[in-house]
Ligand binder design. Structure first.
Ligand code: ZN
Length: 247
């Protein structure tokens, strides 16, 4: 399923008024010994479940990040920045953001896939290799297969297959779902939703981390092709004091 991401999306205030959003069962963190977070683009790792990764890291869980693309295609018609320059910029932003989350020492493996054309079979093979033969105490966090963005869905499908091959536990995080879906939307498997509550320090660290993504949250220039990718409404949906994963 790929849904067009258009318009302003569902306002955060509408989500907050939905009682079910506040009663998802809590994700039980005990039992996780290793966590591998798969990010289609530099910023998904922080926006989707940066808080969760910080909490796991603080518990002594071995954490790793797999960066599938470098995000060079976020401003295809920019007169200011070429895709190669953007890729360098976005890798730097991600490193700074992870440091602000207290995850500066977490290894980041870069697969170098093309932004906008993720090769699923390659991602599956690399993930299966990284995971090795394992058990459900190894968690693999990836964008949800139904998230509505082609790269996010490809990464979700590739990770699902890698987990099935290796025995790792799959947890999927929605990003654009919060934009196109509405409370109770039947296209979303809400019965799988688990909440991760972020304490004040973790939420503050996440907000500080998100602020590092200059190329996405601030215009590159006044030119129409240099507009922000993540506007205020989008950021509000992704910086709550809890995160949601589909378990
Ligand atoms: Zn993304």
């Amino acid at each position: 399923m790929v849904t067009a991401i258009v318009g302003a999306g569902t306002p955060e205030a509408t989500w907050q008024e939905w009682p079910a959003l506040h009663t998802f069962p809590a994700l039980e963190l005990a039992g996780c010994t290793r966590a591998l977070l798969v990010a289609p683009h530099p910023d998904d790792e922080v926006l989707g479940c940066g808080g969760l990764l910080r909490l796991l890291h603080q518990r002594g869980v071995r954490t790793e990040i797999v960066a599938v693309t470098d995000g060079g295609a976020s401003h295809p018609d920019s007169p200011t920045v070429r895709p190669e320059e953007l890729a360098v910029l976005r890798r730097t932003e991600s490193r700074r953001a992870l440091a602000r989350l207290g995850l500066g020492d977490v290894p980041v493996r870069r697969l170098g896939c093309a932004d906008g054309a993720v090769a699923e079979a390659v991602v599956t093979a690399r993930l299966a290799d990284l995971l090795g033969e394992t058990t459900a105490s190894t968690w693999c966090l990836a964008t949800w297969r139904g998230d509505g963005h082609p790269d996010h869905e490809a990464v979700g499908r590739a990770t699902t297959r890698a987990c099935a091959q290796t025995g790792a536990r799959l947890l999927e995080y929605p990003i654009w779902t919060w934009h196109w879906a509405a409370p109770g939307d039947p296209r979303v498997p809400w019965d799988r939703a688990r909440a991760v509550s972020l304490d004040a320090a973790t939420r503050a660290a996440k907000l500080a981390a998100v602020d590092c993504f200059d190329s996405q949250i601030r215009p590159l220039s006044a030119h129409p092709a240099d507009q922000v990718v993540l506007d205020g409404a989008t950021l509000r949906r992704l910086t709550r004091d809890f995160e949601v994963v589909l378990g």
